[in-house]
Design a protein around this ligand. Structure first.
Ligand SMILES: [Zn+2]
Length: 368
């Protein structure tokens, strides 16, 4: 979801390619698949269908890149399908919540939706010409090609971490993402963190879209609104997106993730609180202490981006370069309550397991 979201719809969502740094290994001819019904767990091989690569457009930007169907975020934004929704706007900046875009299930399919803002000056004939002009300017700005593409880059980022399995079932490619980040074995607290990290992912992808535009057309004015910090850093020489020095590239990547995170924590996290809590209650599966915690795997997926013709992993959280995000008090309370109730429900009879469940509880008590 992008900005002013009332978060009634979710699926701002997510997926995994598994593991950390994701590199291209597009030439494997077969992938092995365990046949579930067969007790002997015999593995069968299913051949890749290279002609399916085009179907990755509309499924996952990351996968489409891996298979060489697109070579940039801009490329995907130009080609991938989405729907348009229209919202009337009559100048109620105070009370009207506008979702500029979202990723949600519509008629059984996860779909990226972009909002077209209709300046509704007809319903307020008494308004002053100044107000009417403001409304039109607002709509004009948000309907501009640059804003639309940035919102699409945000929403398509969600699609890649939470792709539609129904669409995916028709794609026979071994490196295809087949799990949503929301399906990983995580505690409730980690699930809420992932929801928030995925929102930051959307924002970072919007920034990286603008970065591509800047590198192509040279106009730093493309970094407007929430992204103006990048334009300032550019003009002051703090970052140089044309640099080929590995250290400078690493610094710029850290700068992007860190700046978006600071802004998100300062200005946006509360807008996503309801979404995060609703999604937790709808989708979170109780953490299974017998299985490995997959939170960091999910983070790797969240922070995988297309950057100058490569897939890069910008997860600076798992390696401690950035401290963990701080949830809102409500998010934290809800998650903690769910974790406690989940772990008491699955309290096993085996004494050894009781020990680990108890350890789990005490670990969580100290986590904040
Ligand atoms: Zn979003």
């Amino acid at each position: 979801m992008h900005k002013h979201n009332n978060l009634k719809k979710w699926l701002c969502g997510a997926a995994i390619v598994g593991g950390s740094c994701l590199y291209l290994s597009q030439h494997s001819e077969f992938f092995t698949k365990t046949q579930e019904k067969d007790d002997s767990a015999q593995t069968i091989t299913v051949p890749d269908r290279p002609e399916d690569a085009k179907k990755l457009i509309g499924y996952s930007m990351t996968d489409a890149f891996k298979y060489g169907v697109i070579n940039s975020i801009s490329d995907y934004v130009e080609q991938a399908p989405y729907k348009v929704d229209t919202t009337n706007f009559a100048g109620d900046f105070q009370n009207q919540v506008i979702e500029f875009g979202y990723y949600a299930e519509i008629n059984g399919r996860k779909t990226v939706v972009l909002t077209h803002i209709n300046p509704d000056t007809l319903s307020i004939p008494e308004a002053s010409p100044f107000v009417k002009k403001m409304i039109c300017k607002f709509a004009e700005f948000h309907n501009s090609q640059n804003e639309r593409a940035t919102i699409l880059a945000h929403e398509f980022a969600h699609q890649a971490t939470d792709p539609d399995k129904k669409i995916g079932s028709d794609i026979q490619l071994s490196q295809k993402t087949d799990r949503s980040i929301f399906e990983y074995n995580m505690t409730a607290e980690e699930f809420e963190l992932i929801c928030n990290h995925d929102e930051m992912r959307g924002r970072i992808n919007g920034l990286l879209y603008k970065r591509e535009q800047y590198k192509k057309y040279g106009k730093s004015s493309v970094f407007n609104g929430d992204y103006s910090f990048y334009g300032r850093a550019l003009r002051s020489g703090k970052i140089d997106p044309f640099s080929t020095d590995p250290q400078e590239i690493a610094n710029e990547q850290l700068f992007c993730v860190k700046s978006i995170r600071e802004q998100y924590e300062r200005e946006h996290i509360e807008h996503y609180e309801k979404y995060t809590i609703d999604r937790l209650s709808a989708e979170h599966v109780a953490f299974d202490p017998r299985k490995p915690d997959e939170y960091h795997k999910a983070l790797d997926q969240v922070y995988t981006f297309i950057w100058d013709g490569q897939l890069v992993n910008m997860n600076f959280y798992s390696n401690g370069q950035l401290p963990e995000l701080r949830l809102t008090d409500n998010e934290y309370d809800v998650a903690k309550a769910k974790d406690i109730s989940d772990s008491s429900k699955c309290m096993p009879k085996n004494p050894k397991n009781i020990m680990s469940a108890a350890l789990l509880l005490s670990k969580k008590d100290q986590s904040r």
